[in-house]
Write a protein that binds this ligand. Structure first.
Ligand code: SAH
Length: 238
């Protein structure tokens, strides 16, 4: 009798546990479906780099947005992540990643960790990613999230205007906040032959996305790529 009751109980617990698992799987399928659609849209808009597209097909963007924003995670828009900051629009993430000509082993400095999504896309490609965030709370939550999801990224809480001298030089630098000028330390920390992508201009309006290239002799050339709108690059302790 007792074993019969225990058996029934075990079945009930198993069914109760199973239900959420199937629901979870259905939800994951939905996310994967929307993620594929998001990447198709990005490809239709002209991004062709296969490493970039494959990485964005793999990284679960919904894990990088607040719970209440999850159903919008795969729309082509920036989304709020707290502290007045945003996770960038997927198309812009793809465009900037492609410009860097990313490949495994490439040493990258990112300024503006935010949610950690851009860093995860670069890590997924196999880049050696170092990322700096000025808000301590965002730096901590992004680092926890990247660890939990298994992305190998080195992060720290600091003002990215000064780069990361202990880890320099970098093959590429990506700045994901709007700068009023190109920070000299970031140019210094680029390898000869290196490239940097950075939005520069009016920090509360429209900026130009610039490609800064350093040749083998250390000469720097700048090219204007696209009008963009990023949150401002800040200074000081936060
Ligand atoms: N790359 C991010 C998007 C970040 S939005 C992502 O994938 O989610 C820009 C980020 O830059 C914000 O988190 C902001 O706090 C940070 N930021 C602004 N000024 C900074 C600075 N001087 N140094 C480092 N991070 C900065």
């Amino acid at each position: 009798m007792i074993s019969h009751v225990r058996c029934k109980l075990t079945i009930a617990i198993a069914v109760a546990a199973l239900l959420p698992i199937t629901e979870l799987a259905a939800l994951q399928d939905q996310y994967a479906f929307h993620r594929r659609a998001m990447v198709d849209l990005i490809a239709n808009r002209g991004v062709i780099d296969s490493a970039t597209l494959a990485a964005m097909r793999a990284v679960p963007r919904h894990e990088f947005v607040p719970t209440e924003q999850r159903r919008r995670a795969y729309a082509d828009h920036p989304l709020p992540i707290g502290y007045g900051q945003t996770i960038s629009q997927p198309y812009i993430v793809a465009f900037m990643t492609e410009i860097l000509e990313p490949h495994p082993g490439m040493k990258v400095l990112e300024v503006g960790t935010g949610s950690g999504y851009q860093a995860a896309v670069l890590a997924q490609i196999g880049c050696d990613v170092f990322t700096v965030e000025i808000f301590e709370a965002l730096a901590n939550s992004a680092s926890e999230r990247l660890n939990r999801l298994g992305f190998q990224v080195t992060s720290r809480h600091a003002d990215g205007h000064f780069g990361w001298s202990e880890e320099a030089p970098f093959d590429v630098v990506i700045v994901t906040a709007a700068a009023g000028y190109i920070p000299p330390a970031l140019v210094e920390q680029l390898k000869p032959g290196g490239r940097m992508v950075i939005p520069v201009g009016s920090v509360y309006g429209i900026q130009n996305l610039l490609l800064v290239e350093k040749d083998q002799e250390g000469q720097v050339a700048t090219r204007n790529l696209l009008p963009v709108r990023f949150v401002p690059m800040l200074s000081g302790r936060r």
